[in-house]
Design a protein around this ligand. Structure first.
Ligand code: SF4
Length: 385
């Protein structure tokens, strides 16, 4: 029997926490690793976890898979092929599922891309960030402009019909012109999806230390916002649909997996530090590799008791609104009411709409951010949590 996609299907997230080199701004859960044996051992542990997880949630049907990192393309093509086989041998993955892998331009070649496609991966997300070598150097990226161009060209040539390119702005040393030139180059290559990230300088990163020492100057809020709005104009003029604060796509290529996060849908995370929201629970895998491997050796899900979140119903309502407002189309408050069985304006003071006038708007039953609200989205969303 062919199982087709339904609204209740879940997304799987698979985390690969290794990179060739740590970027200067990165505070993600990822470690430098060039040891093929260690990478292979992690792939094996991940496959054991996939089997264990399936035993916990055997009745869940999957329609999106997202292999993220770190740099998943650092794994050998054989390991990635086996991971994909393990997913499809265990979980019911419906026909037409969206299956994404994140890649770094420095870690892919024709053979890998062909293996991904043959293994069922049909979407590729390329961590490009910029097409300017001075900016890539500043970020500490392991690839240069030519690697990025080559990665996109190779992905197209291999037959990928759904390509995302990550782009970053608000980088110390990046002028408005440099940003526009990079984005123009990106649009020219016509990937189906473009993600836009404003650089955040996080504590504990080399960038943070450089900022403390005064060796880099963060980009002003004003320039950062100009870069963002310029990008939105350029993307919309080029036919991209700005469907989420940081994401734009050619019509029909919106990320189905990421839309689950913004639409209060279930997802199951596997791999070091991966988060899940499933069966009414929110939990996070351990972020310690030693603990992770020990859990897996014992055939246990790699989650410590304290990493099972204990959110109240009111917290969940806040999460619903916080994430749903990220979508440009906003959300229908009747869906909120159906999900939680309560009146929206019983939970939230109707005066909030007046307080946030100009930042959010009501379109019938639909609540969404205005263009002005986009710039202070975190402040707006904080009012609902
Ligand atoms: S490639 Fe991505 S995950 Fe890896 S260090 Fe750079 S920003 Fe972090």
């Amino acid at each position: 029997m062919t199982i087709t996609s339904s609204d209740n299907n879940i997304g799987l997230y698979v985390h690969v926490p290794f990179c060739l080199r740590k970027c200067r701004y990165c505070d993600f859960l990822s470690f430098e690793c060039r040891d093929d044996r260690a990478l292979h051992q992690y792939a094996n542990a991940l496959m054991r976890e996939i089997e264990t997880r399936y035993e916990e949630w055997p009745y869940k049907v999957v329609d999106t898979v997202y292999i993220g990192g770190g740099t998943p393309s650092i794994l050998s093509e054989t390991d990635m092929k086996h991971i994909m086989e393990c997913i499809t041998d265990n979980f019911t993955v419906v026909d037409g599922s969206e299956i994404t892998i994140e890649v770094n331009p420095a870690t892919i070649d024709e053979k890998k891309l062909e293996t991904y496609l043959a293994a069922g991966i049909n979407r590729i997300s390329i961590g490009t960030q910029s097409f300017d070598n001075s900016i890539l150097n500043m970020l500490g990226r392991v690839h240069n402009k030519n690697d990025a161009l080559n990665a996109i060209r190779l992905a197209k040539k291999a037959g990928f019909k759904n390509i995302n390119v990550d782009m970053m702005f608000g980088i110390p040393g990046q002028t408005l012109k440099m940003w526009r030139d990079s984005l123009r180059q990106c649009i020219f290559l016509r990937p189906e999806h473009i993600s836009l990230y404003s650089l955040q300088i996080e504590e504990g990163t080399p960038f943070y230390q450089m900022m403390e020492k005064g060796t880099i100057d963060p980009v002003s809020e004003n320039v950062d916002r100009t870069m963002y709005h310029d990008a939105l104009d350029m993307l919309e003029n080029a036919g991209y649909h700005h469907y989420e604060i940081s994401n734009a796509a050619l019509p029909g290529f919106e990320s189905r997996h990421n839309l689950k996060y913004w639409s209060y849908k279930e997802y199951l995370g596997m791999g070091l530090g991966a988060s899940s929201f499933i069966g009414g629970y929110r939990f996070k895998n351990t972020s310690s590799m030693l603990e992770y491997v020990n859990f897996i050796k014992q055939g246990l899900p790699p989650v410590k008791k304290e990493d099972v979140e204990n959110y109240s119903l009111r917290d969940e309502m806040g999460i619903y609104v916080f994430t749903a407002l990220r979508k440009r189309e906003g959300f229908d408050i009747r869906d909120f009411e159906e999900t939680f069985g309560t009146d929206f304006f019983y939970v939230y003071d109707p005066m909030l709409i007046t307080k946030l006038r100009g930042l959010i708007k009501m379109d019938g039953f639909v609540m969404k951010l205005t263009d002005k609200g986009l710039d202070v989205s975190n402040q707006v969303m904080a009012e609902f949590v």
